[in-house]
Design a protein around this ligand. Structure first.
Ligand SMILES: *Cc1c(COP(=O)(O)O)cnc(C)c1O
Length: 420
């Protein structure tokens, strides 16, 4: 089936009540038929529900649907996008390991990888997303992850995914792609050879800014890379916390299985079923919304290029944008998302625009049906030093827009009043 149909039907099988919308199962735990039944479930001799920290039928509908949209083998929903990224890192790394992270990515991912995991003994090396050849020499025996965004927030860089995949495959290192901004409608990193996809579902997937969530999607590529690979021995050796289970020997996707049995079990970064239900419903309109967000954003980008105040407009949908080539190559169609940024040259000018614009709300979110304006240097990226800001490609005059679903005439009118 095509994406439009998958996003409406996949993953939901009606029960006796025949409800058209998937039910919300608000239950912390599930009853066992007998001690033997319970023992079989815990031993994975039989699959079934145990406790919501590990699995929930409402979450499962969303997970199956998103896995199918990404072309993955399994999906684990999490409490937030940051939870998905942290969970992925600790599913693969231990103290002494390092990960390679692209520059210019989401602020929370930057602080997590530069500071928080460092305290756990996992260090981070940076690579320039626009010069992916530099990646190869950064990889060593202890490198466990190459992490990047398919369309980076807020710099809207689309990397040369194929070259990254080639380098990672040669070294046997797992690629983790944050596909939040592109969404599975625009880009399917797994189909391009990447191993793990992570999402903040709080953004475009939710679409209305009503719930926080995240997701991790496993793939056949990842299963292959985990097998017979000294880097990820803990997938081939008995897990003593799970009576000697060997993940690579199971008939299930190894990465996702360990994610549930070890990481969700011990860390509890599980999605709320209420939120998963909202996300499932939101997926039904994702395709249409992305199309409209993209059409609106392209019009806004074209308008901004004609403004005197504007030094530069970053939007991969513009033909002369430096990211247009790879967006054309790696994205699924002629849409390029609702995210764009532009530089007005100075902090003062940026502040005046952000403080005076109508219709756009000053909010640190993206992917909402309502248009949003952000000044990254003073908000999402405030915790970065000026050196880190430079490296991330974020200048003081940079303004980020998340273009919503309002009528384009009203959006342009609002911009015209504050930008010459
Ligand atoms: C928002 C965002 C995150 C973090 O997600 P939360 O759901 O807010 O925790 C991670 N990556 C990207 C690209 C984001 O935009």
């Amino acid at each position: 089936m095509k994406k439009q149909s998958l996003s409406i039907h996949e993953g939901y099988e009606k029960d006796n009540q025949k409800t058209m919308a998937p039910p919300i199962y608000l239950s912390t735990a599930y009853e066992f038929d007998s001690t033997q039944h319970a023992a079989d479930l815990f031993a994975l001799k039989q699959l079934g529900n145990i406790y919501t920290r590990l699995m929930n039928p409402t979450n499962a509908v969303f997970e199956k649907r998103l896995a199918s949209l990404e072309g993955g083998t399994a999906c684990i929903s999490t409490s937030s996008g940051m939870a998905a990224i942290f969970g992925t890192i600790i599913n693969l790394c231990e103290a002494g390991d390092n990960i390679i992270v692209s520059s210019g990515i989401y602020g929370g991912t930057t602080t997590l990888t530069d500071h928080t995991i460092k305290r756990l003994g996992i260090t981070t090396k940076k690579f320039d997303l626009t010069k992916v050849d530099s990646l190869e020499k950064l990889i060593d025996d202890k490198t466990k992850i190459i992490l990047f965004e398919s369309l980076s927030n807020p710099t809207t860089v689309v990397p040369d995914i194929q070259t990254i995949v080639n380098i990672a495959d040669k070294a046997g290192v797992i690629t983790v792609v944050d596909n939040t901004v592109a969404t599975p409608i625009l880009c399917n990193p797994i189909k391009l050879g990447c191993d793990i996809v992570v999402h903040s579902t709080s953004k475009y997937i939710n679409g209305q800014g009503t719930a926080l969530g995240g997701a991790i999607i496993d793939s056949k590529n990842c299963a292959k890379k985990l097998k017979n690979n000294d880097k990820y021995k803990h997938f081939s050796e008995p897990d003593m916390s799970y009576h000697g289970l060997v993940y690579n020997d199971l008939p299930f996707p190894a990465f996702a299985t360990r994610m549930v049995l070890a990481i969700l079990r011990d860390i509890g970064i599980t999605a709320s079923p209420m939120n998963s239900w909202l996300m499932t419903n939101s997926l039904e309109t994702l395709y249409l919304r992305i199309k409209q967000h993209s059409d609106n954003a392209l019009c806004v980008a074209k308008f901004l290029t004609k403004c005197q105040d504007v030094k530069v407009v970053n939007y991969p949908g513009l033909e002369n944008d430096k990211n247009h080539k790879f967006a054309k190559k790696y994205f699924c169609g002629e849409y390029f998302s609702g995210l764009l940024s532009f530089d007005v040259g100075s902090l003062e000018k940026a502040k005046t625009i952000v403080d005076n614009i109508k219709l756009f709300s000053i909010v640190v979110n993206i992917g909402d049906s309502k248009s949003i304006i952000t000044h990254p240097a003073s908000t999402t990226h405030q915790q970065l030093s000026s050196d880190e800001l430079n490296k991330a490609g974020i200048s003081e005059g940079l303004i980020r827009l998340s273009i919503g679903l309002e009528h384009i005439d009203d959006l342009i009118d609002a911009l015209k009043k504050v930008i010459k």
